[in-house]
Design a protein around this ligand. Structure first.
Ligand code: ATP
Ligand code: MG
Length: 634
C-alpha cells in the first residue's frame, strides 16, 4: 500500500467520525446532522444522525445552477436504434413529472415502488422520482421471470409497480407484461396500480382495466409539475435491492439516504476520479447494484453525464462500446470481466479504431478478473484497468485502487487494497484468528460498516445480524463469504466464495485457484470448476472449459489431448491434488445475465440434481452443453 494512502485509510479507521464528517461536505444537507456516527446498537450503524438530505436533490437539482444545459443522462439503445440525451434541466423536468404521477396515485414517503423495467430512460426517471418523494424503490432486474418477481413483490409489498411492454435483447423482443401479470397473480400482495411505458415493441400487450395505466398519458397530465424534494433523515430507507442469489435465497439489501449519498460522492472522488462535466459509462444494468451506484446515483451526484446503454458489447459489432466512448468523450468506464472476455473473442483491431483519448480508466468488477483478461485489455487500451471488489451489500468498493488519493502500482489478478472506511481482516475459518501473509482467510469487515453499506435486511433485522455477523465463531464481524489472501506487499486476492470450496480427500481447495491455474493454459478462454460428490474422495474437481480455437476440440482425439494438457497445467501450478477429475469442453458457460457463472447449477447437473432457479440465466443452451458434455456427446 502506498504511504499516502495508508495514512488516509488509517485515519478512516481510527477516527471514523472525523474522516466521514469531512466527506459529508461533498453533498448538500438541508439540515446538518448532530452526530456523524451512532453505534450504540452494534452491528447497526447510523450515519449522520439527524441530518436531512435527499438523493434526488443531490443528483439533479443541485446541478441546475452550474450546469443546467450539460448532458445528465444519455440513453443509447442499439436494440431499437435510439439515442437521446437529457440535460440536467430536462432530467429535472422528467423526474418532476414522474414524481407527480406517483403522488397522484397515492404514493407517499416510505411506500415501496417496484421498478421492473428494461434499460430505458424512464427507469432512471422513476428511480429518481422515488428518491425525490421519499418513496422506497425496489428495482427488480428485467431478466427475472414471474416466480422470482412474485417473491420480490411479496417481500417489498409495493404500492405501485412501474414496468414496460417489453425489452429487447440481441434484436429480439422480450415481453415484460405477461411475466408481470403472472407474477402479480401469484403474489399475495398485488399492487393497486401498474404504470406501463409503452415502447411499441409488444403490440399484443394486454391491460387490466382500473389497475394498469399508461406512462405517457400520466406524464402529459403532469407536464409542468413541480414536486418539491421531501427531506429525509439520513437513516431513513432509500431503496431495497435483492442480491443476485448466486449462493442462495436473495436478501433484500436496504440502504439509507445520507450515508449512501456521502459514500457514493466520496467514491467518485477517491476511487473513480469522475469530475463534474465529464461522462461516465457503466455497462451494467439498473437491476444490479452497479447500476444503482454507478449508472444512476454516483455519476449524477458528481455532476457527470451518465450513459444508460441497452445492448450488448458486440452488436452491431465488437467496437460499439469504444464507439460510444469516442462519441460522448467518456472519461471513466465501468464494466465486468465477462464483457471483456466476450470482446477478447473479437477482432482486436476494434480497440484501435476509435479515438479513446478522453478515457482515463476502465474499472471492472463483479467477478474475478483473471490475469490474461486483465493483461489483454490493459495492453489493448493502454489505460489503467482497475479491478474492484464489492457486493450488493456494500454498495461501493471494499477493495480497489484509490486512484484519486494515490495511484499505487497494480498487480494483475489483485483488486488492490481495502478502501477507506473498511477495516478488512482475513480470518481463519475455524480459529477466527487473523491469517498470515499468503495464507487464505475469510474476507471479513470489522464493524461498524462504513456509510453506504446496507443498513439491514428489509423488514428483518434478525436475518441481517444472523446472516452477516454471526458466521465467524466468537467474533462479531461482517463476513463477505469470500476467500482472500494478502501477499507480502499488502495486495489482496479474492479466491472465490466460501461455499465454492471443494473438499478433496480432506484437502480444502478453492475452485477459483484451480480456475486460475487452468486459465493460464493458452488454449483456454474461460473455465468454471466445481466440486462433484465422489464416493471415494468426498468431492472431486470437475472443469468445464471454453477453448479459444474450437478446431482443437473438433475430434475426440483433440479433446483428449487437450484435457491431458490442461491437467498437466494444474499439476505444475497447484500440484496433483488440484487436478480436475475431468475437463469437459463447451462453447459457453452457464451464466447469469450479470455475468456470474452459475456454479451451483452446473454442480447440480453433475450430481443429477435439479439445477434450481434459472430465471436469470443468459443462455439456457449452456446447460444443455453441460449435460451433453457429461453424457460424452460433446
Ligand atoms: P448472493 O449473495 O445472493 O449469492 P451474489 O453474491 O452473486 O449473490 P452480488 O452482490 O452481485 O451477488 O455479488 C458479489 C460477489 O461477487 C462478491 O461477494 C464476490 O464473490 C464477487 N465479486 C465481485 N467483485 C469481484 C472482484 N472484483 N473479484 C472477485 N470477485 C468479485
Ligand atoms: Mg453475495
Amino acid at each position: 500500500m502506498g504511504a499516502k494512502y495508508q495514512q488516509f485509510h488509517q485515519r478512516s479507521i481510527s477516527d471514523p467520525e472525523g474522516f466521514w464528517g469531512e466527506q459529508s461536505g461533498l453533498i448538500h444537507w438541508n439540515k446538518p446532522f448532530s452526530r456523524v456516527l451512532d453505534y450504540s446498537r452494534p452491528p447497526f450503524a447510523k450515519w449522520f444522525v439527524g441530518g436531512e438530505t435527499n438523493l434526488c436533490y443531490n443528483a439533479v437539482d443541485r446541478h441546475l445552477k452550474d450546469r443546467p444545459d450539460q448532458n445528465a443522462l444519455i440513453f443509447i439503445s442499439t436494440e431499437t436504434d435510439t439515442e437521446k440525451a437529457y440535460s440536467f434541466r430536462e432530467l429535472h423536468a422528467e423526474v418532476n413529472r414522474c414524481a407527480a404521477m406517483m403522488q397522484g396515485l397515492g404514493v407517499c414517503k416510505g411506500d415501496r415502488v417496484l421498478i421492473y423495467m428494461p434499460m430505458i430512460a424512464e427507469a432512471c426517471f422513476a428511480i429518481l422520482a422515488c428518491a425525490r418523494i421519499g418513496a422506497i424503490h425496489s428495482v427488480v432486474f428485467g431478466g427475472f421471470a414471474s416466480h422470482s418477481l412474485a417473491n420480490r413483490i411479496d417481500d417489498a409489498k409495493p404500492k405501485l409497480i412501474i414496468s414496460a411492454d417489453a425489452g429487447s435483447r440481441v434484436g429480439k423482443v422480450v415481453s415484460y407484461k405477461p411475466l408481470l401479470d403472472e407474477a402479480i397473480s401469484l403474489s399475495k400482495f398485488p399492487p393497486k396500480h401498474v404504470v406501463l411505458v409503452n415502447r411499441g415493441l409488444d403490440k399484443t400487450m394486454e391491460r387490466t382495466a382500473g389497475r394498469d395505466l399508461d406512462w405517457e398519458e400520466l406524464r402529459t397530465k403532469h407536464m409542468n409539475a413541480q414536486v418539491p424534494c421531501v427531506w429525509l433523515e439520513s437513516n431513513e430507507p432509500s431503496y431495497i435491492l435483492y442480491t443476485s442469489g448466486t449462493t442462495g435465497l436473495p436478501k433484500g439489501v436496504q440502504r439509507d439516504v445520507g450515508g449512501h449519498a456521502v459514500a457514493l460522492a466520496a467514491s467518485m472522488k477517491h476511487i473513480y476520479c469522475g469530475n463534474a462535466g465529464e461522462t461516465y459509462f457503466s455497462t451494467s444494468d439498473i437491476g444490479w447494484v452497479v447500476g444503482h451506484s454507478y449508472i444512476i446515483y454516483g455519476p449524477l451526484i458528481a455532476g457527470m453525464a451518465t450513459i444508460m446503454y441497452e445492448g450488448t458489447p458486440v452488436r452491431p459489432d465488437g467496437g460499439i462500446l469504444w464507439k460510444i466512448v469516442e462519441k460522448y468523450k467518456v472519461s471513466v468506464m465501468f464494466s465486468a470481466p465477462t464483457a471483456i472476455r466476450v470482446l477478447k473473442k473479437q477482432d482486436p483491431a476494434f480497440l484501435k479504431k476509435y479515438d479513446l483519448s478522453t478515457l482515463k480508466f476502465l474499472f471492472l468488477a463483479g467477478e474475478p478478473l483473471d490475469q490474461p483478461t486483465a493483461q489483454w485489455i490493459s495492453e489493448g487500451l493502454g489505460r489503467p484497468i482497475i479491478d474492484n471488489y464489492w457486493q450488493t451489500e456494500t454498495g461501493w468498493p471494499i477493495l480497489a485502487n484509490p486512484m484519486g488519493v494515490e495511484d499505487i502500482p497494480r498487480k494483475f489478478g489483485s483488486p488492490g487494497f481495502p478502501m477507506y472506511g473498511y477495516n478488512v481482516k482475513l480470518l481463519h475459518e475455524s480459529t477466527s484468528e487473523e491469517v498470515g501473509t499468503d495464507e487464505k482467510g475469510v474476507v471479513a469487515i470489522v464493524p461498524p460498516l462504513p456509510p453506504g453499506c446496507m443498513s439491514t435486511v428489509w423488514g428483518n433485522d434478525e436475518r441481517f445480524v444472523k446472516t452477516y455477523f454471526e458466521t465467524i465463531p466468537g467474533k462479531m464481524v461482517y463476513s463477505t463469504f469470500d476467500w482472500g489472501i494478502r501477499d507480502k506487499d499488502g495486495y489482496y486476492f479474492i479466491l472465490g466464495r466460501t461455499d465454492d470450496v471443494i473438499n478433496v480427500a480432506g484437502h480444502r481447495l478453492g475452485t477459483r485457484e484451480i480456475e486460475e491455474a487452468i486459465s493460464s493454459n493458452p488454449a483456454v478462454a474461460e473455465v468454471a470448476v466445481i466440486g462433484v460428490a465422489d464416493q471415494l474422495k468426498g468431492q472431486v474437481p470437475v472443469a468445464f472449459a471454453v477453448v479459444k480455437d474450437p478446431a482443437q476440440i473438433a475430434s475426440r482425439e483433440g479433446r483428449m489431448k487437450l484435457e491431458g494438457e490442461v491437467m498437466k497445467t494444474v499439476d505444475l501450478q497447484l500440484g496433483a491434488i488440484g487436478r480436475p477429475a475431468r475437463v469437459h469442453f463447451v462453447t459457453i458457460l452457464p451464466k447469469t445475465r450479470s455475468g456470474k457463472v452459475l456454479r451451483r447449477s452446473i454442480q447440480a447437473i453433475c450430481e443429477g440434481r435439479d439445477p434450481g432457479d434459472l430465471t436469470t440465466i443468459e443462455d439456457v443452451s449452456a446447460l444443455q452443453q453441460v449435460r451433453d458434455a457429461l453424457a460424452g456427446k460433446a
